[in-house]
Design a protein around this ligand. Structure first.
Ligand SMILES: [Zn+2]
Length: 344
């Protein structure tokens, strides 16, 4: 099996959050049907995708008879599953190399568990945050600011933009892809015209533009990264979340429309980002007392920044409850008295 879908149901949920910007949310059942009905994507035999949903990014395993590499490791609370998926797929072969497209918790949260499972594993990350990983410096990493978790891990080298790697019998180019994250890379195999796009391009958009939440202009970088992807002319994209897809032109068009919408109304982007972070917390916890969720939100720096940036808003608590109500309305959460639950 080339493409293993571990948790497709949760994909629909964040697509719904994305859809609410310019159309009525689609029903989960329709999206699930669309997921199943997608045309089959053929990947090179050396490439396998473990599609994980939203709490964990996809993991891409590239393997030949001598070496095996994994790109992105998922979220820490799923790390046992990540190790099990890799061990099962490798059937006794060692994992040699771990690459991270960027250091968000849902992409590198399984690093520590994989390093424990494979002591000789070499880990490479984009260079921008190498100084914050070694030595481990939480204040310079995103996990505290997003209110998420990531066990410390070590690195052995950096994944330099402009360099090439040979993995699974294919040559792969590393390209800088700032926007969603200033240090992110995308990885492209020109012979197969296969792109590992991380959160720079999804089938239905792209990831939250985190620098914008800190008041740094990054929408133009999102656009430049979309231009780069268009210039690479991939036939197939393996995104950071969701199934691999071949409708690349359509995905780029959707992403550009979405970028234009956010650039014209950055407050919509902040609102969307707040809901994504709340939803992520619910995916992690599954069920929380509403006061715990509010307390988490008002003590999480990205959430606080978004709350204070809303002009004329009431209390932070009221804003968080409003974002939560929007999640409930979109079918991404449910509230029963004081208890809030994730809804896939
Ligand atoms: Zn990310």
């Amino acid at each position: 099996m080339l493409h293993c879908s571990v948790n497709p149901a949760s994909i629909a949920t964040l697509y719904d959050l994305g859809q609410d910007i310019d159309s009525a949310p689609r029903s989960l059942s329709l999206l699930f049907t669309m997921h199943i009905a997608r045309p089959p994507v053929t990947l090179p035999p050396s490439v396998r995708v473990f599609e994980r949903g939203w709490l964990s990014s996809n993991n891409i395993l590239v393997q030949d008879v001598h070496h095996a590499a994994l790109i992105d490791s998922g979220y820490c609370s799923h790390s046992d599953q990540t190790v099990a998926l890799v061990k099962n797929a490798l059937a006794g072969q060692a994992l040699d190399l771990l690459l991270n497209t960027h250091l968000h918790s849902d992409h590198c949260g399984g690093n520590a568990a994989l390093q424990a499972a494979y002591p000789a594993l070499q880990t490479q990350i984009p260079p921008g945050l190498a100084h914050a990983v070694q030595p481990w410096t939480p204040s310079q990493l995103s996990f505290d600011a997003t209110g998420q978790s990531c066990p410390p891990f070590h690195i052995d080298a950096t994944l330099q933009p402009g360099s090439t790697l040979t993995l699974g019998g294919l040559e792969w180019q590393v390209h800088a892809a700032p926007g969603h994250d200033p240090h992110s890379v995308v990885i492209f195999a020109p012979q197969a015209r296969l792109l590992i796009s991380a959160d720079a391009l999804w089938e239905n958009g792209f990831g939250v533009v985190f620098p914008e939440l800190e008041g740094e202009d990054a929408f133009d970088e999102v656009g430049a990264t979309l231009d780069l992807i268009e210039d690479l002319k991939p036939l197939t994209v393996i995104p950071g979340h969701g199934a691999p897809f071949i409708a690349v032109t359509q995905a780029l068009e959707t992403a550009r429309k979405r970028l234009d919408y956010f650039q014209r109304q950055p407050e919509r982007h902040r609102n969307y980002a707040a809901k994504v972070l709340l939803k992520f917390k619910l995916l992690e916890q599954q069920s929380m007392h509403v006061d715990s969720l509010v307390e988490w939100a008002v003590s999480t720096s990205y959430m606080k920044q978004m709350a204070t940036s809303v002009q004329g808003a009431g209390s932070e608590r009221a804003l968080v409850l409003d974002w939560l109500a929007q999640l409930v309305q979109a079918g991404a959460a449910e509230q029963d008295g004081d208890q809030v639950r994730n809804r896939d």
